[in-house]
Design a protein around this ligand. Sequence first.
Ligand SMILES: Cc1cc2nc3c(=O)[nH]c(=O)nc-3n(C[C@H](O)[C@H](O)[C@H](O)COP(=O)(O)OP(=O)(O)OC[C@H]3O[C@@H](n4cnc5c(N)ncnc54)[C@H](O)[C@@H]3O)c2cc1C
Length: 401
Amino acid sequence: MRLTSAEPFWLVKNGILNSYPSLTEDIETNIVIIGAGITGSLIAHQCIADGYKTVIVDKREVCHGSTSATTSMLQYEIDKPLFQLIDMIGEKGAVLSYKACFDSIDQLQKISKSIKSSCGFTKKESLYFASRKKDVPWLKQEFEARKEHGFSVKWLESEIIHKKYQLENSHGGILSDQGGSIDAFQLAHDLLHYNHKKGLQIYDKTDVVKIEYRNKDVLVHTEFEKTIKAKKIIFCNGFESTEIIPEKIVNLLSTYAIVGEQNEDDQSHFQNTLFWNTADPYNYMRTTDDNRFLIGGEDEDFVNADKRDGLLKKKAGKLEKTMSKLFPNYKFRVDFGWAGTFGETNDGLPYIGKHPDFKNAYFVLGFGGNGITFSVIGMEMVSTMLKGKTHKLSEFFKFGR
Ligand SMILES: Cc1cc2nc3c(=O)[nH]c(=O)nc-3n(C[C@H](O)[C@H](O)[C@H](O)COP(=O)(O)OP(=O)(O)OC[C@H]3O[C@@H](n4cnc5c(N)ncnc54)[C@H](O)[C@@H]3O)c2cc1C
């Protein structure tokens, strides 16, 4: 069987789990959330827990944005290494950001358990390995920085990596014991379903076409000429936020991922580990809970969807080759391949907070390889900000920093 699909694996695997109505009347609420992906679902979960009357609206089926395409590796390691982030923004902000990502993985585990999600949350180690000899000195510097700031890490030489994971062509790497993986599409659906029963109003296939930012509230106009009046609006609209934010905050890319066929071979040597490397662009790899292996990467510096999808076959072939070079003993055959939009900020950090151009509005934009952990951090930040308080991470995640 050689079934290759341009649809993300999780979309095909799970199908449409729950569907919601589109907006057919004018409504009023405390909070309106734009975007029902993993970020919007988590933020809605927090808003409902905090007792706000909350509405969430999405122009697609819920969870059909990046949340359906993500490879859902949960890492506390930000795209910008800790030692570089310290140089860029100072020790306090860099260490706080890394620690918040670290804690968010445990928090996600708790959330997933508390709503009895079938997203397959699995705690994993994370191996960040040097794919080129010249990367070893800075990777060791990163190892020292992490150790110095209290992160539990080990340096593994290439022979040990080879023996432990049957991984070839590494030049050593940092092993962290904090990491995890989920099916983000399933988790976001489960969160929406759980909170829907608690009063969350969900409208899908409802495009938000215009917003009036007024002194005491916002008026959201949708494509069906129905409105949502809300005291506050929270934007969880992912990469499409770049269409409304005037300044350039993120560099958008295209990224590619492939998932192999189910494999009955023993996977115990790597199934509890996330792998990523120092290649440029980097590769990221993990197993799924139904015994498949996935690998992503091959990023391109453009977002044009036609051009991006036109390269899918070539990129899938390249990823397959990388996979066979790294794990030559593993029988890998592509079952699914897809492409998605991805974004990187200069410092690897998200944008969470208010923007001076938008009254009564908050943004939770978790860009980068840690998008999901940033969305979890956004829950506490939004909760704090809605109470009129300042969160300790606000100054590091703010617009115009
Ligand atoms: C191939 C790939 C691999 C990735 N791997 C990882 C990984 O391993 N780990 C990780 O943490 N992150 C990873 N990411 C990033 C991660 O997928 C994103 O951070 C995450 O999915 C963002 O979720 P979101 O809810 O913010 O955005 P989305 O899921 O895109 O949701 C935004 C929603 O807003 C809606 N929307 C936009 N505009 C409007 C409007 N005008 N009206 C109504 N609705 C609107 C959209 O329809 C969409 O559903 C990866 C991304 C890709 C593409």
